[in-house]
Design a protein around this ligand. Structure first.
Ligand SMILES: Cc1ncc(C[n+]2csc(CCOP(=O)(O)OP(=O)(O)O)c2C)c(N)n1
Length: 638
């Protein structure tokens, strides 16, 4: 895939600073062009143009390991490592991934998409290198947002202890997706705000070397003095205490300074941290002024920054945010917790309305869940809003801290199902599987955005933990009366269509295509009953049994991995009730779904109305289930 002849990373090693500067400008233009057309992570990439050029000027990514944290900011790295031409395909189906991907280039040495993994990965590579007595540099490039994640702290702690040669490049733009939170962020702020820091540090270090070392007591005192002065005067001391040599803060848009420091760092062994200050959205005024919006964005007009393509219906995220605020207005026990994703999860509205009941914990999903369990123990009603894919991080906390104590925590699981262009690191197709087997857990999925509000409302009066999973994107456009909710009894499904031949049991986002599939089948004289399951657990045994007992074929449809998914619940029911009718399970196969448009990926995974109808018809015909259908199945289209 890589154009070996023309890798910019090799060419730039002989570039003057002037040439690098003009390349930086060219790259910025390309980034804005491509992302305005394809969508993607613009602001973070614009912020690391000079940093990436400096790293590639000094290190060689064919030998040295560049490990990007989260990986959303690696577009410039892709441009420099033989993928400049292909960048226009980024995030498109069969095009470049929006994240580092080893199968795309050997210079992407570690697959990523989730936050705070880079220092662990760097340490593993450095330790392996040292055992094998090889020689290469290892760089973890991590943002200040990703630095709030527990894994980053765990890895720093361990790396300082092991002492392997590696460099952490801390790309500090004072932002996570939105404003960064936490004590680490405040700490970095004190370092960042001290313009005379470097000069003072050099002066103090010179001074300290002059303290005479005569006799134990004096040495001890001298060391104490050194420590105290250093602590007071060296803002990077926290990292030094952890066993890292600290360099910085460095202007991340000053190529000379960056290159100079990278050269120095390359010559020093052991764990090092280079603290680089960058500006998110640098060079594109609209993004600089609104870095949150341009963190991850769909296609937009590059002159105005306005998104292209208007949605007609409100999104599930927005519907959730609205319902949460309405409920919290009447119930003071409701608190909302998010892990660095207030806008993404729609909790931003809640945060403005009820700041004292809102908690953005940073990129710390595990902590978010345990904190929620404790809120529940104190009779509060915590709503934890986290994307399906990121909640994977907190499996043990859900099991050990929430479910085991039957704590009433409500999980609002956004982006459940196929998300589209962000690809396999972000598809939320495992949450039913990782939640279903946990005792005490209730799992729901609404058929539309109104039902999402009803489920949230109902969950506030269920006992124990519940999870509501809903997809990325627009709702169905159903009418919602603000603040008016219908109670859904726990475990109660809804029969949408009667039909005497087959039963389609659909969950959440799959109810709409299932209804459409039934309409297609009806044209072929196949009568399909459609059930809106609503609950993946507990299931509505009574209603399900009444519908499926006399059908010739039972079909389940879910936007989750088939393995461990909702269909297993139906299979268990059929086994228990000794129903031997054929069961067709439609869902995500045992594979990772690649990136591309959400609708295309759904179609390819067999989750469109057309595909559902085709499979049912095929199955009926293969098994010769009933005569009227066999003859009809010879018709070409449904
Ligand atoms: C475990 C996990 N939680 C949440 C996210 C969503 N996310 C992607 S980037 C990001 C912010 C990263 O901020 P930072 O590391 O400072 O990078 P920047 O974009 O500011 O350069 C978040 C929260 C994620 N990728 N992984």
């Amino acid at each position: 895939m890589i154009n070996k002849q023309n890798q910019l990373k090799d060419e730039i090693k002989s570039y003057s600073i002037e040439e690098l500067r003009s390349l930086a400008e060219e790259i910025r233009e390309e980034l804005i062009d491509v992302v305005s057309q394809n969508g993607g992570h613009l602001a973070s990439n614009l912020g690391v143009v000079e940093l990436t050029l400096a790293l590639h000027s000094i290190f060689d990514s064919e030998k040295d390991k560049f490990i990007w944290d989260v990986g959303h900011q690696a577009y410039v790295h892709k441009i420099l490592t033989g993928r400049r031409e292909q960048l226009k395909t980024v995030r498109q189906y069969e095009g470049l991934s929006g994240f580092p991907k080893c199968c795309e280039s050997p210079q992407d040495c570690f697959d990523v998409g989730h936050s705070s993994t880079s220092i662990s990965a760097a340490l593993g590579m450095a330790a392996a290198r040292d055992i094998k007595k090889e020689e290469f540099a290892v760089l973890a490039i991590i943002g200040d947002g990703a630095m709030t994640g527990g894994m980053a702290f765990e890895a720093l702690n361990h790396a300082g202890h092991l002492g392997n040669d590696m460099t952490v490049v801390l790309n500090d733009n004072e932002m996570s997706i939105g404003e960064n939170v936490g004590a680490m962020s405040s700490y970095l702020n004190t370092v960042r705000l001290d313009p005379n820091y470097t000069k003072r540090k050099q002066y103090i270090e010179k001074l300290l070397t002059k303290i005479p070392k005569i006799g134990d007591k004096v040495v001890f005192t001298a060391e104490k003095v050194k420590d105290t002065i250093k602590y007071l005067m060296v803002p990077g001391q926290l990292f030094e205490e952890l066993g890292f040599r600290y360099f910085g803060p460095i202007d991340g848009h000053n190529l000379e300074e960056l290159i100079d420091v990278m050269k120095k760092v390359k010559g020093i062994k052991g764990p090092k941290i280079v603290h680089v200050i960058t500006k998110k959205g640098k060079g594109y005024k609209i993004a600089e002024e609104n870095p949150n919006k341009f963190h991850g964005i769909g296609p937009f007009n590059r002159d105005t920054g306005k998104p292209l393509g208007q949605s007609t219906n409100i999104s599930y995220t927005k519907a959730f945010g609205n319902a949460l605020v309405s409920l919290a207005e009447k119930n003071e026990r409701i608190v909302a917790i998010t892990a660095a994703m207030d806008t993404g999860t729609g909790t931003d509205q809640f945060s403005q309305r009820f700041p004292e009941r809102f908690f953005d914990v940073g990129i710390a999903e595990q902590h978010a869940v345990t904190m929620a369990a404790a809120f529940a123990k104190q009779e509060m009603i915590p709503v934890v809003a986290i994307y399906s894919t990121f909640l994977q991080r907190a499996y043990d906390q859900i099991l050990h801290d929430v479910a085991l104590q039957n704590a009433k925590v409500i999980f609002a699981i956004d982006r459940a199902g196929i998300v589209g262009e962000d690809g396999p690191t972000h598809h939320g197709v495992f949450d039913i599987s990782y939640l279903r087997h946990i005792p005490n857990m209730t799992i729901m999925a609404p058929k539309d955005e109104k039902e999402l509000g009803d489920m949230l409302y109902s969950a506030t009066s269920y006992e124990g933990p519940s999870a509501i999973r809903y997809p990325r994107g627009e709702g169905t456009g159903v009418q919602i009366d603000k603040g008016a909710f219908d109670y859904i009894e726990k475990g109660k499904s809804e029969l949408i269509n009667e039909g005497q031949d087959v039963a389609i049991i659909a969950l959440g986002s799959m109810v709409e295509p299932a209804v459409e599939a039934a309409e297609r089948l009806a044209k072929c004289n196949i009568e399909a009953a459609v059930i809106n399951a609503r609950f993946a657990k507990p299931i509505d045994e009574e209603l399900l049994m009444s519908v499926i007992k006399d059908k010739k074929l039972i079909i389940t449809v879910e936007e989750n991995a088939i393995k461990g998914g909702f269909s297993e619940e139906i299979a268990f029911l059929m086994e228990k009730e000794k129903i031997t009718k054929p069961l067709v399970r439609i869902g995500i196969d045992d594979c990772f779904v690649e990136h591309g448009p959400q609708s295309l990926l759904r179609e390819q995974s067999g989750l469109s109305a057309e595909k559902i109808a085709e499979v049912i018809k095929q199955r009926i015909s293969d098994a010769g289930l009933f005569a009227k259908v066999i003859s009809l199945s010879r018709r070409k289209s449904l």
